[in-house]
Design a protein around this ligand. Structure first.
Ligand SMILES: [Zn+2]
Length: 384
């Protein structure tokens, strides 16, 4: 089995990028379920307490003036009322200046960098980095979508700095991976592939098939925008028929995936209709792809996922797929008791458990039909 780095430290929990009070608890229950299933004691897993990304690492991706602004607002959020803060993304949308945000975002980037270095220096083949929040919307010079610094981009840059020649970034979150795409839009060394709900209906509004990269980076951005209500069929087809071929063709040194779980049909932030059963299949596809295309070198950063009953189970599927182990269907009773007490609600006791669709059958049928057409269009645009 591949040597696997698990990169996580309690300091990553000390920050909440949003007003969503449940967010830290969701993540904590996720980590605890991995522990309760014994995955962190697996003989191939080494646990790492990550460091903060250094300022030098951050400014490989982010404009120094932007990093300075983040540091000032982080120390004193009241300063973000100044007119200049609008330019840095702190006065519109949902990203607000919060105390400690610089350190917290640097910690999340440091987590991804720690995993990347473990892989690049050969101590691990793959790394699972459950950072506090998806950071894929952060731009080089602008905060966006509750994201301050871009963890995947900083990790990718650290790999390039160390001599990697080609990196493939795969974003399966329901929202377009816009930050990573734009940061590397002209860079032929970084392939960005994003499968998401179409920007016509969902934040951030980008991620169409015409966004293919420019200049030397022409062809190294690939997008599969799926219509609302697309389900397992088009979502998994996108992975097998678009993501797989373009990543194999690119022959990356390392595969980096951003595995947000908000495509699930119960997620309150998006409208895709992916079922619980599709996620272990997704993670198996990604694992096989990393194995085929990059000798198994696979860096996983986590992303969105806003259903507290679900996130922990999908993280368990994720790490289990990396370790090629099959987990018992029954969730550990001690974890269920702890989760019920902490969250004040009962949790689904079965790993593969799902709930009935809320969206009607006709809408889902049309979502799948239009989703299949969207996959076909993305295949044609990508030439696969
Ligand atoms: Zn998302």
């Amino acid at each position: 089995m591949p040597a696997t780095a698990f990169v996580y430290g309690p300091h990553l929990q000390a920050y909440n990028p949003s007003d969503d009070a449940e967010r830290p608890l969701r993540r904590e229950l996720g980590i605890e379920l991995l522990r309760a299933y014994g995955l962190l004691d697996h003989p191939d897993v080494t646990c790492h307490d990550p460091r903060l990304a250094t300022e030098a690492e951050l400014i490989e991706v982010h404009a120094p003036a932007y990093v300075n602004a983040v540091k000032r607002y982080s120390a004193n959020p009241a300063l973000a009322a100044e007119p200049e803060a609008r330019m840095w993304g702190f006065q519109d949308g949902d990203t607000r200046a919060r105390p400690g945000m610089h350190e917290a975002a640097a910690a999340a980037c440091g987590s991804a960098v720690t995993g990347a270095i473990e892989i690049w220096e050969g101590r691990a083949v793959q790394a699972f980095c459950p950072a506090p929040a998806g950071l894929h919307h952060a731009m080089a010079n602008r905060a966006s979508g509750m994201c301050i610094y871009n963890d995947a981009a900083v990790a990718i840059r650290s790999l390039l700095e160390r001599g990697a020649e080609r990196i493939a970034y795969i974003d399966v979150d329901a929202h377009h991976g816009n930050g990573v795409q734009w940061i590397f839009y002209e860079d032929p060394r970084v392939l960005t592939v994003s499968v998401h709900e179409t920007g016509r209906h969902l934040y951030p509004g980008t991620g169409g098939i015409a966004e293919r990269g420019v200049g030397a980076g022409e062809g190294t951005s690939v997008n599969v925008p799926l219509p609302p209500y697309s389900g397992d069929g088009p979502y998994l087809r996108a992975m097998e028929e678009v993501v797989g071929p373009v990543v194999r063709r690119f022959r990356p040194d390392v595969v980096v995936t951003m595995t947000g779980v908000d495509p699930h049909h119960t997620d309150p932030m998006a409208h895709l209709q992916v079922t619980t059963a599709a996620f272990p299949r997704l993670y198996g596809i990604l694992r096989d792809l990393a194995f085929d295309a990059a000798q198994g070198r696979w860096l996983v950063v986590t992303g969105g996922g806003y259903n507290i009953d679900l996130l922990a189970r999908l993280w368990a599927y994720q790490l289990a797929a990396m370790l090629e182990v099959t987990l018992p269907e029954e969730l550990p009773p001690a974890w269920l008791d702890m989760a019920r007490e902490r969250a004040g609600m009962a949790f689904t006791p079965v790993l593969s458990g799902d709930t009935p669709f809320v969206v009607d059958e006709e809408s889902r049928r049309r979502g799948d039909e239009e989703g299949d057409a969207a996959v076909d269009a993305a295949k044609a645009a990508a030439g696969v």
